[in-house]
Design a protein around this ligand. Structure first.
Ligand code: ADP
Ligand code: MG
Length: 627
């Protein structure tokens, strides 16, 4: 089933499949279609034009109905082509498996024989075989199959050699299995996909070869029609009555094209590396499937998220990675998002610009307003214009961010030029300036380095420089300083801090480091299992965490000069987001959990004027939060 789905994602392969299905269906139905006898000659009706009375595709030089001959000919050509492919694949694969499995002298003898066959030019060998056996369709089939055997044998031998030395084959041998049994149960199932792939890409070629032999008069014998012999007989009338050649010629073209497109699709869909999803190219923006009404913008934030929900639909499971997040950031403000690994921070950040890969990602609800404009479901062109220009990202993994085959300078220049008309020399000067601003020493020379020539921290700084390239209004930074040492981290934080003070840059800063939050962020939101559990001014939360989760999280942080203290780890693990418990997701790990915590949904309520909390039993009384 998933094979068909993968195949149908490849449009050309799907087109090939449809065309082939129609052709095969027609070929199968030919005997019961109301067609005139293909072999009855009627010289009075010679060379009738297509679409004439009683002959849809006209007639040939003996007055035989071309439509009827085409259908019967297609039927025969397909049958011979497929039969030749199956025969060549079976014999070739058997030879290849035996040679590859036994190796040594067996391999040598067999493969040198195969090499000898391969030494002859392809079509010449086929001609020689037909010459020896005599003309006729069956002999043409044998010839075509025979010349293709080496191709399969070599292919399958190579695969088998790899398998024959694998541990599971040794294990089977140790179990006492005979060689024949090992070949049948262990080796053959592993080479079948390769055989199918090789076949699907060669059937078209074999049909063409059979047609070639028939064209030369060595295949099907008159009056029997196959596509090649029809073409051969029409050759003498090519100029005077081209339709007699065009009809079978077009059919050969259509069949071979369709089979080759389909074969390529089959090969891709069966390739296990591609089956894992590499073939399902992500869409340029995250898929949006919102059923509830879209929330209106609220407050004065330049970027505001309202009830954002992002899920991953994997087979029949639904992972609720982000389950209704509200956030807002004003110009010049820095909002921190903090939480354990897997709490949905990155997915929230990527959802904003539609960068979660789809499939499997789906945004199922909520809105992201940038200056009052909803970005969820915005046309791709709009997102494309904003991405990296007005709203820039610093991604978590610096190695995956940069293209390995271009210099960092080229990538910075591209980032600038794709949003602004700038001469390359100006953009290059700007790139050097950017590298200097992120404290890359000797930026003039480093600009021509490839990513692999730089250290991890250096690459991360290039990523930061790229985010700054177009003077964005919002920067979404996903753990940008994790790969940096403390001094560089401090410099980068100072740089971001300057930018937001001088130019009113709004920053969403994702981290798991309370120290960084304290240094840079005005407000902080704590995430747990895809939802915000606490939000408020940084000082207030760091000094008096109200949610038990925040309090536990902070208890894990060692403090300098605080003397000896037990660092308390939070017991248990975060819940898996495809099976979230009813009520508070933290209840299972919370020492204060009561039965009310596990029953209904717990809303994000106000705690004093500036703070919000999703807990029915906060760690601090409300008065304290207000004070
Ligand atoms: P973090 O807070 O560490 O950045 P993420 O936002 O990357 O966490 O992940 C949030 C949740 O989404 C995790 O539970 C993760 O397992 C899940 N998730 C992320 N990507 C996928 C995916 N492609 N398929 C299924 N689940 C995913
Ligand atoms: Mg992350």
């Amino acid at each position: 089933m998933s094979f068909l789905r993968l195949l149908s994602r490849n449009r050309l392969a799907l087109a090939g499949l449809i065309v082939m299905s129609v052709v095969v269906l027609l070929a199968v139905l030919t005997p019961i279609l109301p067609l005139p006898d293909p072999d009855v000659t009627n010289t009075a009706e010679r060379f009738k034009k297509p679409f004439s009375e009683g002959a849809l595709l006209g007639t040939d030089h003996l007055g035989r109905d071309l439509a009827s001959r085409l259908m019967w000919g297609t039927r025969l050509s397909l049958a011979v082509g497929f039969a030749a492919a199956v025969a060549a694949a079976t014999i070739g694969a058997a030879i290849g498996v035996i040679a590859g499995f036994y190796g040594g002298r067996v391999d040598n003898v067999i493969m040198r024989g195969v090499d000898m066959l391969m030494g002859f030019p392809y079509i010449l060998l086929a001609l020689a075989i037909v010459a020896a056996l005599g003309p006729g369709l069956m002999n043409a089939l044998i010839a075509v199959a025979a010349v293709n055997i080496p191709f399969f044998a070599r292919n399958i031998r190579g695969v088998t050699v790899g398998i024959a030395h694998k541990e599971f084959v040794d294990a089977a041998r140790l179990c006492g299995m005979s060689n024949a049994r090992i070949i049948v149960t262990e080796v053959v199932p592993n080479v079948i996909p390769v055989i199918v792939i090789a076949m699907s890409t060669t059937v078209g070629w074999m049909i063409l070869e059979t047609a070639g032999l028939s064209f030369l008069g060595l295949g099907s014998q008159p009056p029997q029609a196959d596509l090649g012999s029809m073409l051969g007989e029409a050759r003498s009338a090519l100029i005077t009555n081209p339709h007699t050649s065009v009809v079978p010629g077009a059919m050969i073209l259509v069949i071979v094209m369709a089979i080759n497109l389909l074969g390529d699709g089959v090969r891709d869909a069966l390739d296990p590396r591609l089956k894992s999803g590499a073939l399902s190219r992500p869409m340029p923006t995250t898929m949006v499937r919102r059923t509830d009404p879209v929330p209106q913008p609220e407050g004065d934030g330049i970027l505001s998220l309202r009830d954002l929900q992002t899920q991953f639909h994997v087979k029949d499971r639904i992972y609720k990675a982000v389950g209704g997040v509200d956030l807002s950031v004003r110009p010049g403000e820095c909002l921190g998002i903090i939480g354990e690994s897997g709490s949905g921070k990155s997915v929230t950040a990527l959802s904003i610009m539609g960068l979660v890969s789809s499939p499997p990602g789906v945004i199922t609800g909520g809105a992201v307003h940038y200056k009052g404009e909803d970005l969820i479901g915005a046309p791709y062109a709009t997102l494309r214009r904003l991405r990296g220009d007005r709203v820039a990202y610093i991604f978590q993994d610096p190695l995956a961010t940069l293209h390995p085959l271009y210099t960092v300078g080229a990538q910075l220049i591209e980032a600038i030029q794709c949003h602004h008309r700038t001469s390359t020399s100006d953009a290059r000067a700007r790139a050097i300036e950017l590298l200097k601003s992120v404290r890359i020493p000797n930026a003039e020379a480093r600009v021509d380095n490839y990513p692999h020539e730089m250290s991890g921290g250096m690459r991360q700084r290039v990523g930061i420089a790229m985010a700054l390239a177009n003077d964005p209004e919002v920067i979404i930074a996903d753990e940008p300083t994790t790969a940096l040492d403390v001094t560089v981290q401090a410099q980068i934080l100072a740089l971001l801090d300057d930018l937001r003070r001088e130019r009113g840059l709004a920053i969403i800063f994702i981290t798991h480091d309370f120290g960084v939050v304290a240094q840079l962020c005005d407000r902080v939101a704590v995430m747990y299992a895809g939802r915000i559990v606490e939000e408020g001014p940084t000082d207030a939360i760091l000094n008096a965490p109200a949610h038990p989760y925040t309090a536990r999280l902070m208890a894990c942080v060692p403090e300098l000069g605080e003397g000896r203290r037990q660092l308390a780890a939070i017991p248990g693990l975060p819940p898996v987001v495809d099976k979230l418990p009813a009520g508070c997701a933290f209840a299972d790990r919370c020492p204060k959990a009561a039965s009310a915590c596990r029953s209904g949904d717990i809303a994000l309520g106000a705690l004093g004027p500036a703070r919000k909390i999703r807990c029915i039993d906060p760690e601090i009384p409300v008065q304290e939060a207000t004070a």
